[in-house]
Design a protein around this ligand. Structure first.
Ligand SMILES: Nc1ncnc2c1ncn2[C@@H]1O[C@H](COP(=O)(O)OP(=O)(O)OP(=O)(O)O)[C@@H](O)[C@H]1O
Ligand SMILES: [Mg+2]
Length: 301
């Protein structure tokens, strides 16, 4: 993939050594440290006429990134995965999205604020798999350090993804307050809808506390791959009618074995089967998420 960015020179940070490159993986610390090399070793990187051109060595595809609306050069976007309901697919969606952003050439840091530590544990496996890609996962995020951790990560990575615990708590509120976009996964069930709406209320509250508007969107999660069940249709409909100001992403994260397997081996679908359905699924979600952040990505022929 070739990435052409109409952005200021300081965005060349995406090809600097990864901020956490020198850090060893350790429990409760920074995990998934990269070798001290350029973030995107599989790409050639040149400046031409004020454009940063990142071209993959395989040159299979060409992607043009219009970065006019992004906050690059100042503070990088923070995307949180949140729901007051547990088990809705937050960590799975986060890891799928984070790895896809990284494989697409962005410098990605995952902050795991869930005491269970799934995102940082599996993220460490993922970092090993994503050799030559700027991806790191940091565990041990607590009430005491979440603000400082986000602040540090967002000055160094292109995207910071935060896995928030599946409960309302001060830690969750602090994470929400520092987010630019909150993705709320929702499975096809009345209970999920109820809790997703509560989560959106929490996002609004965090926005009021932080004195800013925090965008939120619903991600239909573990969605049936064959036909959309009645429960699934009803979930989509109710979300739209009860929270008309919150976007429902067009692309659900499908219920696929590939996303379960990813948790065992740390291999994102795009590594396992680049042309497969699961990889296409995550890519479509990444594009929608970037569009919400004001980043336009086009594939050229
Ligand atoms: N798209 C998917 N396809 C198949 N299985 C999935 C998918 N998303 C999540 N799962 C499975 O559902 C379960 C819950 O997912 P996950 O741990 O990602 O949810 P969570 O919201 O992060 O949970 P918690 O609140 O406990 O942190 C896991 O067993 C996971 O493998
Ligand atoms: Mg989780």
């Amino acid at each position: 993939m070739s990435v052409l960015c109409s952005v200021a020179p300081w965005t060349s940070r995406s090809v600097r050594p990864h901020p956490f490159s020198a850090c060893p993986a350790s429990d409760g610390g920074i995990q998934g440290g990269r070798p001290p090399s350029h973030a995107v070793r599989s790409h050639s990187v040149i400046w031409a006429n004020g454009h940063l051109i990142i071209e993959p060595l395989d040159r299979r595809r060409r992607t043009v990134l219009h970065a006019a609306n992004i906050t690059w050069g100042t503070l990088m976007p923070v995307i949180s995965l949140a729901s007051v309901k547990g088990g809705v697919g937050k960590t799975s969606a986060l890891l799928a999205l984070a790895s896809d952003l990284a494989v697409s050439g962005s410098n990605v840091v995952v902050l795991d604020a869930d005491p269970n530590g799934h995102a940082s544990r599996i993220g460490a496996r993922m970092a090993k798999r994503l050799d030559g890609v700027a991806f790191a996962a940091l565990g041990g995020i607590t009430e005491a350090n979440i603000l400082a951790s986000i602040k540090k990560a967002r000055t160094e990575a292109d995207y910071v993804l935060v896995d928030l615990p599946g409960v309302s708590s001060k830690l969750t509120l602090l994470g929400l307050a520092r987010s630019d976009l909150v993705i709320v996964p929702v499975q096809a069930s009345e209970m999920d809808i109820h809790d997703a709406l509560q989560t959106v209320e929490n996002v609004k509250q965090a926005g009021e506390a932080a004195d800013k508007t925090i965008r939120a969107c619903f991600l239909l999660s573990r969605w049936p791959i064959t036909i959309e069940s009645r429960a699934a249709k009803e979930t989509r409909k109710r979300l739209q009618s009860k929270a008309p100001d919150v976007a429902v992403l067009n692309t659900p994260l499908m219920d696929r074995t590939a996303f379960k397997e990813m948790t065992f081996n740390g291999a994102p679908p795009r590594l396992v089967e680049p042309g497969g359905n699961a990889a296409a699924n995550v890519e479509a979600i990444r594009r929608e998420v970037l569009a919400l952040l004001g980043v336009e990505v086009e594939d050229a022929a």
